[in-house]
Design a protein around this ligand. Structure first.
Ligand code: SAH
Length: 500
């Protein structure tokens, strides 16, 4: 018996290009083994309880050897007999991703696996630069080629490099040529292609960090490829695309340079509250690292048999619903314990969450507030025995209006005490951090203590509220504060700061 390994393609960078299947598996994975090119936004979609293993490869020196990765996958599958092991790789796992080697090892070890294809950078990165890899009348085929084999850096000295490419065939080929991993060898590759007869005027584009907020396209020709890489400092990850289709990129480059393009921002609000601002900042071109400073945890309910003593169960948050049912199921019960009870919800969102568990609500107040719920329930029979299922920070509105009700705390909200390593790294490389409360500032400096080398972390903060601003300044942040205490106003300020 061993767990199942999923070889998942993460796509080229834009988290929106991860497949639905990939996302679903990451959400329930027990172990995630990931590569360097996988974006923090996608790592953020992984089951928060998953063991996160970074086998990322730095250019030139492999962090974890491929043979070790293969062994690790087998080992994790054996250690987690009914577990889900996600092997998350950039682009598509079978396009220069060594996914085949991993799969062979899994077969040899008798470990079940599944391949979840990804959007390969070879096609999507040109697309984000407005370059179609094929085009009627220009290119009737395209070829994806590795410009780098087995750590070989080709050079004049190493003659044809140890690159085993058939340059004569490639030079004759009229289709679009797409090189992955080829930047270090491109001068050599271009020279060989020209020697073999490819037109030196062939248009060529380097696309760096495609589909991410840092995407950059640099145009050249086969002739000027080498010097352009040096002059423009083209760096990995980048794709080189050659052929007539490259010209189309001049007309079709659709990805706008947005006001926040190339900025990495940390948002410290709780996930549920932050998705609005995250979407807005993303739309303005920023990369957002959601790093909530509080987290909710279920609180153990021991007295399930006491449920029999209540007629009405009232839920006031989706967290409450989730914690309640997760624990109910974990304790070996099921929804039959709710038979005959009336169910109340504070509002539509909580009501919808209850429906996911197959439970319809009997009471939902018009106004979606605790007060309205309290008044509504107070009107039910005075004999009704009411149970409030809430979090530790719930206020006394309901207990005051319903003095005979009982309250069970089913979840608690706590400050985050630690960030996973991948997130600390992502946060440390961010340009700025967004704070909406003094407690967020205080907790942030606790979980991101200043590095002794100094200054690796973001030193700019965007704050809501004067108190927050003061706290941020006290901790050495430069602070820019919104005029009003709204997210709209804050987003406006961020744009003004970066794109005045
Ligand atoms: N399996 C991956 C490719 C892995 S090889 C895929 O299907 O995309 C790694 C190479 O892919 C990099 O050296 C670079 O050439 C290319 N690459 C991956 N992501 C890229 C990106 N966002 N922008 C440009 N090139 C990228």
């Amino acid at each position: 018996m061993s767990g199942k390994v999923y070889l998942i393609g993460a796509g080229p960078g834009d988290p929106g290009l991860l497949t639905l299947r990939g996302k679903e598996i990451l959400g329930r994975a027990d172990v995630v083994v990931y590569d360097r090119l996988v974006s923090p936004a996608i790592l953020g979609m992984c089951n928060p309880c998953a063991k996160m293993v970074d086998v990322g490869k730095m250019p030139q020196h492999h962090k974890v050897k491929q043979s070790e990765i293969n062994k690790l996958l087998v080992q994790f599958a054996k250690e987690n007999p009914s577990g889900t092991i996600a092997r998350l790789k950039g682009g598509d796992p079978f396009v220069f991703g060594r996914g085949g080697e991993e799969a062979l090892e899994l077969v040899a070890a008798g470990v079940e696996f599944e391949v979840v294809p990804g959007v390969t950078s070879a096609i999507s990165v040109p697309a984000y630069a407005g370059i179609p890899v094929s085009h009627r009348g220009i290119a009737t085929s395209f070829h994806i080629i590795t410009g780098h084999e087995k750590d070989v850096i080709a050079s004049e000295q190493s003659e044809r490099g140890n690159l085993s490419l058939d340059f004569e065939a490639l030079a004759r080929c009229p289709g679009t040529l797409i090189f992955l991993m080829g930047i270090a060898n491109m001068e050599f590759i271009a020279k060989r292609l020209m020697e073999c007869g490819k037109d030196p005027k062939t248009p060529l584009a380097f696309i760096e960090k495609g589909t991410t907020p840092y995407q950059r396209t640099v145009m050249a020709t086969l002739m000027t490829a080498g010097e352009t890489i040096v002059r423009e400092n083209v760096t990995a990850p980048a794709i080189t695309i050659m052929g007539g289709v490259v010209e189309l990129g001049k007309t079709l480059a659709w990805k706008k340079n947005l006001p926040l393009s190339g900025k990495r921002l940390v948002v410290t609000r709780a996930a549920k509250q932050s998705s609005g601002i995250t979407a807005r900042l993303n739309a303005l071109g920023a990369e957002v690292i959601e790093t909530p400073m509080i987290e909710t945890r279920p609180v153990d309910v021991k007295e399930w048999q006491d449920l029999a003593n209540f007629d009405i169960l009232a839920f006031t948050s989706t967290n409450g619903v989730e914690s309640f049912f997760n624990q109910l199921f974990a304790s070996g019960y099921d929804v039959r314990v709710l038979a005959g009870k009336k169910i109340a919800s504070v509002g539509k969102i909580t009501e919808k969450k209850l429906l996911e568990y197959g439970i319809r609500c009997d009471y939902v107040p018009e106004d979606h507030t605790g007060e309205c719920l309290g008044k509504l329930l107070a009107k039910t029979s005075s004999e009704s025995r009411i149970l409030l299922l809430q979090g530790n920070l719930a206020d006394d509105t309901l207990p005051k209006l319903l003095p005979n009700a009982t309250r069970w705390v089913v979840y608690e909200t706590l400050p985050v005490s630690e960030l996973p390593e991948w997130k600390r790294e992502a946060v440390a490389s961010a340009d700025a951090v967004v704070f909406a409360s003094t407690s967020a500032v205080e907790n942030f400096v606790k979980v991101m203590p200043q590095s002794t080398e100094g200054g690796a972390e973001p030193r700019i903060s965007f704050c809501i509220g004067r108190m927050t601003e003061t706290a941020a300044r006290n901790h050495g942040f430069e602070a820019v504060t919104s005029d009003e205490t709204t997210m709209d106003s804050l987003v406006k300020k961020i744009v003004e700061y970066y794109a005045p």
